[in-house]
Ligand binder design. Structure first.
Ligand code: ZN
Ligand code: ZN
Length: 278
């Protein structure tokens, strides 16, 4: 399973300030293989254009949404991707409210949408098994249930010489932007999963310890505590890899400094355009 980070920033990055020379993060979004999009945010087409990959979304068949904050969910981009039977949108009912509010009832009705509840059981979406779990965050609507996702994909079995039976390789990804900590009900589901890669949010960096956002986002201190606990009890797989995304422009220093800071923790900060094999 392949994950491409289309954006790795929090909501305080200004796309109008983008220059190719300077360090920049777009709003957080990621593409699983070439067919499953996590968060149809407003900057994903900017990524495609700058990366010279205008066809990057051609094979997207399913789109899942963490929550309706404007840095994660853009009604116009969603309309582009999910109208006319191209791709299907999955998430909280709040997605449809946001679409109706922005596009009007008629345009919103043309979007192929299915509400999925949070559940300890997975949904089959395309070729993936997807667990939609509670995050500790608040979306644009009081009754919106914001989400974390665990995505299980099965890579095609390789051809083996001599007619040996191939074994399909199942891989698991956790994607947690945005959330402060992991809510108990979600933790109780994921703690027993053989997760191969964890993408944790790190809105608050070196310059923002004890930030007021701790009730909806992670700080470095929170990340450290969670990692120590994961490792103390050997959660997930022995080779599980940790990444961060959703870094705020005003609460971090540079990407190079963040790499330095996270290296002793065994964590890799993601950058826009980074591709990982899971
Ligand atoms: Zn966000
Ligand atoms: Zn948010």
């Amino acid at each position: 399973m392949k994950l491409t980070f289309l954006g790795t920033g929090a909501a305080d990055w200004d796309i109008n300030a983008y220059t190719p020379e300077a360090e920049f993060r777009r709003f957080s979004s990621a593409l699983v293989n070439d067919d499953l999009l996590i968060d149809p945010g407003p900057h994903i087409l900017h990524f495609a254009k700058c990366a010279g990959k205008l066809d990057i979304f051609d094979n997207v068949r399913n789109v899942i949404v963490t929550h309706t904050h404007q840095d994660h969910f853009c009604p116009q981009i969603t309309q582009l991707l999910c109208s006319g039977g191209r791709a299907k949108l999955w998430g909280d009912e709040a997605c449809m409210r946001a679409l109706r509010d922005a596009l009007g009832d008629d345009a919103a009705a043309k979007i192929d949408f299915e509400a999925i509840p949070v559940s300890q059981d997975p949904y089959c979406i395309g070729k993936y098994q997807i667990w939609s779990l509670f995050s500790n965050h608040e979306g644009n609507y009081w009754d919106e249930i914001t989400r974390l996702y665990v995505i299980e994909g099965v890579d095609p079995a390789p051809e083996l010489p001599g007619g040996a039976l191939p074994v399909a390789d199942s891989r698991m990804l956790f994607y947690g932007c945005d959330s402060a900590w992991l809510p108990t009900r979600s933790w109780n589901v994921i703690k027993n999963m053989p997760i191969d890669a964890m993408v944790m949010e790190l809105t608050c960096g070196e310059t923002a310890p004890n930030d007021w956002r701790i009730f909806e986002h992670n700080t470095l201190e929170m990340l450290k505590l969670m990692l120590e606990t994961f490792r103390k009890y050997n959660y997930f797989t022995p080779e599980v890899k940790f990444y961060t995304s959703h870094m705020a422009r005003t609460l971090h220093t540079s990407h190079a400094q963040l790499e330095e800071t996270l290296r002793p923790l065994g964590v890799t900060p993601a950058f826009d355009g980074m591709v990982i094999d899971i």
